[in-house]
Design a binder for this molecule. Structure first.
Ligand code: IMP
Length: 410
């Protein structure tokens, strides 16, 4: 398989970092295509934990080319400090990291606006939404503008017109400096990717956030401002749909979400705390506690459809090890009607009662299991049931954060 897209099939934080780390071993190029440093991809290698926000997780593998595509929004300070962090930990970041010259830049005013207006949605406050707003309003500043003094001055002057809150000179000088420091990395990444494809190189498209946070297909307006679905990998890199061979959706064995918005299968308080602690469910970017709930087939079925998933990877199965009973949500009950398919109406999602089927847990430690066939019978039955309800094959199962704690199903 030469071109594989990896997407989150829930509300983000599905464990994509780990799955990408596994798949990255067999590819040549890893490319991020949307979002920005609102993402937090955690990879554990030996006893070391790495949390990456902007740079593709593939950077942790030697000899891979990593690309930040045009669909990503970049806070240059965050990118430069991530590069320094990696170098400080002995990871090479030289010509193995390229950045699209067309990617849009997050400026200080984006972060201020986000912090002011993002509370209702519970954004990460990184300026992501306001940066995409400027992109769509056609007044955004792109990476290539940081190495063109005249252009940056013109655009910044227009964007800051009438504002007394921001110091034009300070921002201008700061961003010209960022441009100088990144100049060598700014390239036409679409060209690089398409040339690589024509040479049969293998490419992994690393999605951030998840399908239910997608601006079109998620729980709007409680979403992020980018296309987190597989389609975003195409517009966000300049690679056409005919080039894609496989789309892998990552799901947790249960569900979590950070920030505001409907969450039909959310646990009640006490139970939530247990899972949160067992699963270490605290945001990798903001440290916020994640909301936790049962596996929701309705939302994942939606993700299977809108991403055209070829298979799914199930992570964090071990977090359910001590559950006597495990529930799966197969529909929503709202005003006397049962919904089996994802409803666009936010009221249905907010006020529905989930329809559950309940199963016995396996009550056994799975963290040292290395082959699918060695999983407890009830754990295999749980996975088969999910696979049947979703009508999709499970390709990989993960039972812990370490690289060795994952195996293929067949
Ligand atoms: P924004 O992306 O910062 O605008 O935040 C919009 C919504 O997406 C908020 O509910 C965030 O908590 C959520 N969000 C953004 N990035 C991530 C992520 O990487 N994982 C999980 N939730 C995220």
């Amino acid at each position: 398989m030469s071109c594989t897209i990896v997407v989150g099939a829930q509300w983000g934080d599905e464990g994509k970092g780990k799955i990408i780390d596994i798949l990255a071993a067999n590819v040549d190029i890893i490319v991020r295509y949307q979002g920005g440093n609102n993402a937090g991809h955690t990879v554990v290698i030996g006893d070391e934990e790495f949390i990456l926000h902007l740079i593709p997780s593939g950077i942790l593998h030697r000899g891979k080319l990593c690309i930040i595509g045009n669909g990503v929004v970049i806070d240059p300070a965050a990118l430069l400090s991530e590069i320094e962090m990696l170098r400080g930990r002995g990871i090479r970041v030289d010509e193995n990291l390229m950045v699209s010259e067309s990617a849009h830049v997050i400026l200080p005013y984006h972060k201020v606006i986000d912090k002011r207006r993002g509370a209702e949605i519970g954004t990460t406050g990184r300026g992501i939404g306001p940066c995409y707003v400027d992109k769509m309003a056609r007044c955004g500043i792109r990476m290539v503008d940081l190495v063109n003094k005249k252009c940056l001055k013109r655009k910044l002057t227009a964007n800051l017109k009438g504002s007394t809150e921001f110091d034009f000179e300070k921002i201008y000088r700061q961003y010209i400096d960022y441009g100088k420091r990144m100049k060598g990395r700014l390239v036409n990444t679409s060209l690089i990717l398409n040339r690589a494809i024509s040479k049969n190189k293998r490419i992994l498209f690393e999605g951030a956030q998840g399908t239910l946070l997608d601006v079109d297909h998620g729980t709007y307006p409680f979403v992020t401002s980018s296309s987190a679905v597989a389609g975003g990998a195409l517009t966000g890199t300049g690679v056409g749909p005919t080039r894609i061979d496989r789309v892998v959706g990552v799901v947790k064995a249960y569900t979590t979400r950070v920030g505001e918005g409907p969450f039909p299968t959310e646990f009640k308080r006490g139970f939530m705390e247990d899972i949160r602690v067992r699963g270490q469910e605290f945001g990798a970017t903001t440290g916020r506690p994640r909301r936790c709930g049962w596996f929701d087939v309705v939302i994942v079925k939606h993700a299977v459809m809108v991403n055209g998933l070829s298979e799914i990877a199930v992570t964090k199965l071990d977090v359910l090890d001590e559950m006597e009973k495990i529930k799966i949500c197969t529909g929503y009950r709202y005003k006397g009607r049962i919904y089996r398919d994802f409803p666009a109406d936010i009221d249905v999602l907010s006020y529905c009662r989930p329809v559950y089927e309940e199963r016995n847990g396996w009550m056994q430690d799975t963290t040292s299991v290395e082959r699918y066939r060695d999983l407890p019978g009830s754990a295999k039955a749980y996975l088969s049931r999910l696979s049947r309800l979703l009508n999709i094959e499970i390709g990989i199962v993960s039972v812990g954060s370490k690289r060795r704690q994952a195996f293929r199903v067949r």
